[in-house]
Design a protein around this ligand. Structure first.
Ligand SMILES: [Zn+2]
Ligand SMILES: [Zn+2]
Length: 347
């Protein structure tokens, strides 16, 4: 029994009460073992309850990884899925492995790629090969199990130029505006500019980005030279805010950037068109293969160190009014696992 729960846990329990107030009270009074059992039991229907389980396990000083071994087998599907989407891969791996080894009825296919990817990153290639063999045994000849951990992006179906954003009165995407809350640029103190924003749900060619991102932003400071340095961002779960998680420049470098204040960019609608593959010029581009101005960029994700996937290039463009005028190109890369967006520039 624990005398006093942390405010975070209290908040979580209030947000996710148990079926009866007597049960909820019992957890509030500190019977955390009871709470862990109860919340794990309802989590099959209500995946948010896993968040309470994790918080309880943390408060108990216990390892949740071990507790997973006692979770009901049929709850493991929901648990694994929730863990993979919440960045708790180590627990997701344990839960999914239990399904592979013990369950004969659980639907394995929807999550096996996520599982293999997670194993490859967390436990290395040898473990991933073993896991692939296990998955292959459990999914007999239905279809080939992916051999590489790298995420394949179907929008790279053509060899090169991907898709181009163009003005369109009823396009699903946008130029300018404030569809996502932007972080403040650490160099000039002005909000980072949301140049273009793509609605993943509305665009079949961006289906590969689902369900990681609802909206895909193309961003860069519109006021200063901080864009020269790599920026790492994370999009929050509801795709309402972009959070700056890192800038690859020291305080002195950020002091030397020049200021050139720009007026805000009014929102206008944008559509995506297949690019003309014949042109090899530096253009706005979504998907496809990037045309680098200098050496090819192959950034690794700052959190999980996996190779990142090229997503889009932001550069000057005359197809919009006002025209987009930028020095060089900003290459946007993504890590699907960590919801990280990294922007690297070349001039
Ligand atoms: Zn700035
Ligand atoms: Zn990552």
């Amino acid at each position: 029994m624990k005398a006093k729960l942390s405010p975070e846990l209290q908040k979580l329990i209030k947000r996710n009460p148990l079926a009866s107030s007597a049960e909820t009270d019992r957890v509030f009074k500190g019977d955390l073992d009871f709470g862990l059992l109860k919340y794990a039991a309802v989590a099959g229907q209500k995946p948010e309850a896993w968040a309470v389980c994790f918080a309880i396990a943390g408060e108990n000083g216990a390892s949740f990884d071990q507790a997973v071994a006692n979770v009901a087998l049929d709850a493991c599907t929901g648990l694994a899925r929730w863990c993979f989407s919440d960045g708790r891969d180590s627990v997701g791996i344990v839960a999914f492995r239990r399904l592979l080894l013990e369950s004969t009825t659980a639907p394995l296919e929807p999550d096996c790629e996520r599982f293999l990817e997670a194993v490859s990153v967390a436990e290395g290639e040898a473990a991933a090969a073993e896991a692939r063999a296990l998955v292959t045994r459990r999914l007999p000849s239905k279809r080939a199990v992916p051999q590489a951990a790298a995420v394949e992006v179907p929008m790279q179906r053509r060899e090169h130029a991907g898709f181009s954003p163009v003005p369109s009165d009823n396009g699903a995407h946008s130029l300018g505006g404030f569809d996502i809350a932007m972080p403040v640029c650490p160099a000039c103190g002005v909000k980072t500019r949301l140049w273009l924003c793509f609605d993943i749900e509305a665009e079949p060619c961006l289906a590969a980005l689902k369900p990681v991102w609802g909206l895909l932003p193309m961003v860069s400071c519109g006021n200063c030279d901080a864009w020269r340095y790599r920026h790492d961002y994370q999009l929050d779960r509801d795709a309402t805010a972009l959070i700056l998680t890192g800038i690859w420049a020291g305080p002195d470098e950020l002091k030397t950037v020049m200021l050139a204040p720009q007026p805000p960019l009014e929102r206008q609608s944008v559509a995506l068109e297949e690019s003309d593959t014949a042109t090899l010029s530096h253009e706005l581009q979504v998907g496809g293969q990037p045309l680098f101005r200098r050496e090819p960029l192959n950034p690794a994700c700052p959190s999980c160190k996996s190779p990142m996937v090229f997503i889009a290039t932001l550069t000057s463009s005359n197809v919009f009014r006002p025209a987009i005028a930028l020095k060089g190109s900003r290459y946007h890369f993504a890590c699907f696992r960590c919801r990280t967006l990294s922007v690297l520039a070349q001039v």
